[in-house]
Design a protein around this ligand. Structure first.
Ligand code: GDG
Length: 486
């Protein structure tokens, strides 16, 4: 709802990025197009039905455009300078927090200047939220880039109901404790009324960190903290609920897309262009070290070497969407992956029969849906992943009930998708066996598993997720109302 008299809103989302990308046409006019990606895909269907404001960075450095409307949604751009993009986003968010929160797969980098910038940018987001939030509004903050925003908003506006959702894992305190600014991060989060996590373990890790780092009390899924050590973070003692609310996809929307004659026809074309193999193995990921692409290639390479699979009967398609290319660890990973693909193809491809089709490109959603339909076995093998929406999209796209999902135990999705072929991606021998099993299993067993997976995603879709989150936020423990410091 819009409180139009004041240009403020009863529902405000804050996320690092706005849900749109700017395109400048050759004649100089500007258009905005919905951007791809996990969060946008999930929130799009939630925001479609409600009026509200979305606070986020527009995706380019320098001055931000004026707020503008996109359908029922008010978009409020937050400016970031080139230096802030380097320090707050590429630095602290993607080179400190991202590796730390994903089990230190690569070592996190700690720089005090990055932290100072992260704090300053979070302050700017908090101010923008307070400006557009109506009295008593609900504010939904997203993800690890904005962990200080809940307390910064609370300090200015105790009247607001504030929720935060973590799209990525929350690490065990033994790893989290490495962070020099661990107490400030926890205090920032405790400004919220409700904190949502992907898995029960993530919520538990957070509560344990509050106990160990802040000396807070935790009972059940609540953290009680007196909030006194720096006199900020809301007035007086607070009780905050931290629980799991696993994210999902717009299952009916994605199923409709996958069912469309155009997508089905495109799937046929893709299969034909691959030489109509008996089995198409596939991986679809952002090119990220958390996604386990190197381990997967290792297993695939050995399967070709052992003769368990061979082109043209079996081929492997790896889509690796370009990601964070200015961060060193991502550039190194890309080189390693491309060297491995080259080696496998050099050894096992023949003229006209390619062992590994590697695509370092971004595709429209329709093409993604068609690719999913072509995959006889989808390999989702991250070393750590908050949820993994590709797993849920894949089973939804297979409306014929065919296919098989190989899924890493270390994804949030594995908590729900128990009927998948579960694997430990670190165990290359075990991973190879699981892939072979998923290829050769009895068709009746495969379709039983697939039916269970499809049922689960249909019943727990993104709308259910948003309703659960907002219901938990609405019923979160009431706190004493303090005086606004605006
Ligand atoms: C974070 C967490 C959590 C990918 N390439 C293209 C494309 N995609 C779409 C996929 C899917 C989404 O992007 C990726 O979502 P994931 O869940 O796999 O991974 P992250 O980007 O790491 O997302 C993750 C998620 O947040 C949500 O909470 O599940 O654990 O890390 O929807 O289909 N879409 C298009 N072209 C591409 O080339 N159109």
């Amino acid at each position: 709802m819009v409180s139009s008299a004041r240009g403020t809103y009863d529902f405000v989302v804050a996320a690092n990025r706005l849900p749109v990308d700017r395109h400048v046409e050759p004649d100089g006019t500007t258009t905005w197009q919905t951007s791809p990606g996990g969060l946008v895909t999930a929130m799009e269907s939630v925001m479609r039905d409600r009026e509200g404001a979305w606070v986020g960075w527009a995706g380019f450095p320098g001055e931000a455009p004026e707020p503008f409307d996109d359908g029922p949604l008010r978009l409020v751009p937050v400016p970031l300078s080139a230096e802030e993009i380097a320090d707050y986003y590429e630095g602290f968010s993607n080179d400190t927090l991202w590796p730390l929160y994903h089990d230190v797969i690569v070592p996190p980098t700690f720089h005090r200047s990055w932290w100072h910038c992260y704090r300053a940018v979070n302050e700017r987001f908090a101010e923008a939220v307070c400006e557009v939030a109506a009295e008593g509004a609900t504010v939904w903050v997203h993800d690890y880039q904005l962990q200080l925003v809940p307390a910064m908003v609370r300090d200015r506006r105790p009247d607001l109901r504030i929720g935060w959702f973590n799209h990525i894992p929350f690490p065990p305190v033994e790893l989290f404790a490495q962070l020099p600014w661990r107490a400030s991060i926890l205090r920032g989060l405790l400004g919220a009324d409700f904190l949502g996590f992907q898995r029960p373990d993530d919520a538990r890790n957070f509560r344990r960190a509050c106990r160990a780092v802040l000396g807070a009390r935790a009972a059940g899924d609540q953290v009680r903290w007196d909030g006194t050590d720096d006199g900020r973070t809301g007035a007086g003692p607070r009780t905050v609920r931290a629980a799991s609310v696993p994210i999902s996809i717009d299952a009916s929307g994605f199923q409709r897309l996958a069912d469309s004659p155009e997508v089905c026809e495109r799937a046929r074309e893709i299969r034909e262009s691959l030489g109509d193999p008996d089995v198409v193995l596939m991986g679809v990921d952002r090119l990220d070290y958390t996604k386990g692409i190197r381990h997967r290639l290792r297993a695939i390479g050995e399967l070709f070497e052992d003769g368990d699979i061979a082109p043209p009967d079996v081929t492997f398609v790896q889509v690796a969407t370009p990601s964070r290319e200015r961060v060193e660890a991502y550039r190194t990973l890309r080189e390693q992956i491309e060297a491995t693909v080259g080696r496998i193809n050099g050894d096992f491809s023949h003229l006209g029969d390619t062992a590994v089709h590697y695509l370092h490109q971004s595709y429209p959603r329709e093409e993604m849906a068609a690719l999913f339909q072509v995959a006889d076995v989808m390999l989702v093998t991250p070393l750590r992943d908050g949820m993994n929406l590709v797993a849920k999209e894949y089973v939804t796209a297979r409306h014929d009930g065919g296919g098989a999902l190989v899924l890493s135990e270390f994804t949030g999705a594995a908590e729900e998708l128990r009927a998948a072929y579960l694997c430990n991606p670190h165990d290359i021998e075990g991973l190879k066996e699981t892939i072979v099993r998923a290829i050769r299993d009895d068709p009746a067993e495969k379709s039983r598993r697939m039916a269970a997976l499809r049922r689960r995603v249909r019943r727990h879709d993104v709308q259910t997720w948003a309703e659960e989150f907002l219901a938990a936020l609405a019923s979160a423990p009431q706190r004493p109302r303090g005086r606004s410091r605006r």
